[in-house]
Design a protein. Structure first.
Length: 614
């Protein structure tokens, strides 16, 4: 066997190739996973250049998805079962000769017996060009890369990442094609600068390319001496360079992140990455996500990754020019449910500050998100759920539920709508007086997937007693009210306390205040309609606080509002009360959101106001 690494021709392997594989155009070649089909009948489409992020809670199948896509790319997927992924479709661009030209640009080759050409990349075994050509033309499966997979695709796990950070053998001839990313960094100053910039962003560390040692490698730090010309290397520079620790001697976090980024400069067509955030602190994971997005676009790579980390996902979205699609997996009774948010929808949502600058993305990694009016409500309900779980009364772990504050009723629908678009299971918990504003409750119904037209009649019947005309007060009534406050000491000073007492007597309390004060007991003539309305809203995932407001669960507590009330309520074990546990049970009930049509199909009749009943 002879090895030919000379590149004094445009394509030095061409004379050794069969005629039909000569003269290809590397720019014309490409292969991507166009779509993935799942066991439940769902399918997703992937950006050809960019990132597909597979997210979800633990044990929902994220890593399994990557491994089965890899198996399909390599073998057609016939190895191992059960299958989460039923099949993939590949989008191939260019001819087999174009593929050979692309491999010649990014890999190395061998010529055996002056005729048989083999291509190889890095640590992978050489592959015969005829077999590579057959793989490209679909002879081993239209949607499998078969023998070409090791040269075109890469599965990045912890072991693979360590490989990329190890020193590699120097090329025997400086003009030989690169066989390792470090060789690419030696040849391409822009690629080296990009890796160095990402190392600074993620770890605040400088990288230096060692061009002098027996092996090609990256070192951490800078020599502190300007690099001399290649033919005038000084003893001082050699010593300074040798004092820098090699990259492969660094911690797992540094090696993991740079071991993910370095193959991108080679590049590959398709890279599968399992848990890229491993060993990284949250800010580092975010910088890594941004680097992955930027480099996927720069080097025209398709990345499919699985992550548990909201910070990495946010970093992916921080690169505004890169297409990022999000695929959410949920597991329900051994059936995986798949939801996808295409790249254009993800970008639109990420432009909303409510998503970008809050913890809402964490909802992608929980079984359920509960949106309440404020942080106090969230803390109280989280404590109640934890108590229920510890007592065996809840089958949902408190760690699987994310409580998100909305800072008021008006924002709940918008937040819930965003999460629903992301495929997240969402429930909302507004105070009962949310019924006061038809626009707010109507928006909530729409955001949770309900049909307001089916609910409006029962809503009007429930609230009718709160919207009737009020009897106006006369001047005499106002005068008597003021005299009742000030008449006891007419010559006394008018203090701030006096002012507050007068204002209290003058206030005209809204009928809706009764809903906060007394909860569902405030309904009189509309009680039956209210019960049906609240049940319908529960089925949609709109679980109103039936005691009126949070503080209604502990009206006996002396301090009536704010964090003081929360502290006293938790100390008094208020969160373990039956009414609280019933409310939390409604919040975490395992159900598919029902619409009023679903209930009607089950035989539930529309509510008929009592005055219309015969």
């Amino acid at each position: 066997m002879t090895t030919d690494s000379s590149i004094d021709q445009t394509a030095p392997w061409d004379p050794h190739l069969p005629p039909y594989l000569r003269g290809g155009d590397p720019e014309a070649f490409g292969v991507r996973v166009a779509s993935v089909a799942f066991e439940g009948g769902e399918s997703i489409k992937l950006p050809e250049v960019g990132v597909t992020a597979v997210v979800g809670g633990n044990n929902v199948g994220k890593s399994t998805l990557l491994k089965q896509v890899k198996s399909l790319l390599e073998h057609g997927g016939e190895q191992g079962f059960p299958f989460l992924v039923q099949g993939i479709e590949l989008n191939r661009r260019g001819t087999s000769s174009d593929m050979i030209a692309w491999l010649g640009r990014h890999g190395s080759y061998q010529v055996q017996n002056q005729s048989a050409v083999q291509f190889m990349r890095h640590s992978e075994a050489p592959q015969n060009v005829e077999m590579l050509s057959n793989a490209h033309d679909g002879h081993y499966g239209q949607h499998s890369l078969a023998y070409a997979y090791p040269l075109l695709g890469r599965f990045s796990d912890a072991q693979d990442r360590l490989y990329w950070t190890e020193p590699t053998q120097r090329r025997s001839d400086f003009s030989a094609p690169p066989t390792h990313p470090v060789h690419v960094l030696e040849d391409d100053p822009d690629a080296l600068g990009r890796i160095q910039r990402h190392a600074r962003d993620i770890f605040n560390q400088e990288l230096t390319l060692d061009r002098l040692s027996g092996s090609s490698m990256l070192r951490v730090g800078t020599p502190g001496i300007e690099a001399p010309p290649v033919d005038q290397v000084t003893h001082e520079y050699r010593n300074a360079l040798a004092s820098l620790p090699p990259l492969n001697e660094q911690g797992d976090g540094v090696r993991n992140a740079l071991g993910i980024l370095m193959p991108l400069v080679t590049p590959y067509q398709i890279i599968l990455i399992d848990e890229p955030e491993a060993f990284l602190h949250p800010p580092q994971a975010r910088f890594l996500g941004q680097a992955l997005s930027e480099m996927a676009l720069e080097y025209q790579v398709q990345i499919i990754l699985a992550t548990h980390d909201r910070n990495l996902l946010a970093g992916l979205l921080d690169a505004p020019e890169t297409d990022v699609s999000v695929v959410l997996l949920n597991r329900n009774k051994n059936q995986t449910q798949v939801r996808q948010l295409p790249a254009e929808s993800v970008r639109e949502l990420w432009e909303d500050p409510a998503l970008k600058y809050t913890n809402m993305l964490d909802g992608l990694f929980h079984r359920l998100v509960v949106i309440a009016e404020n942080e106090r409500d969230c803390q109280f309900y989280a404590a109640a759920l934890e108590a229920a779980y510890e007592d065996g009364k809840a089958n949902v772990s408190p760690y699987d539920v994310l409580f998100v504050p909305s800072s008021g009723k008006a924002a709940i629908a918008r937040l819930a709508g965003h999460l629903k678009k992301l495929g997240v299971n969402v429930v909302v918990s507004p105070d009962l007086d949310v019924l006061n504003d038809q626009r707010v409750i109507k928006a909530l119904v729409a955001a949770l997937g309900g049909d307001w037209d089916k609910i409006e009649k029962v809503y009007n019947a429930a609230i009718g007693e709160f919207v009737g005309p009020r009897t106006p007060r006369k001047n005499r009534d106002v005068l008597n009210a003021i005299q009742a406050v000030l008449g006891a000491a007419p010559d006394g000073p008018f203090t701030g306390e006096s002012k507050r007492a007068v204002n209290a007597m003058l206030s005209v309390q809204s009928p809706w205040t009764a809903l906060k004060d007394y909860g569902t007991a405030a309904f009189k003539s509309g009680a039956a309609a209210a019960e049906q309305l609240l049940q319908w809203l529960d089925d949609l995932g709109i679980c109103c606080v039936r005691v009126g407001e949070l503080e209604g669960f502990g009206r006996e507590i002396q301090r009536r509002k704010g964090l003081d009330w929360l502290t006293d309520a938790l100390t008094a074990q208020t969160h373990k009360k039956a009414a609280v546990q019933e409310h939390v049970a409604r919040l975490v009930a395992t159900r598919e959101p029902q619409t009023t049509e679903t209930r009607a199909e089950a035989g539930t009749e529309d509510f008929i106001p009592s005055e219309q009943q015969g």
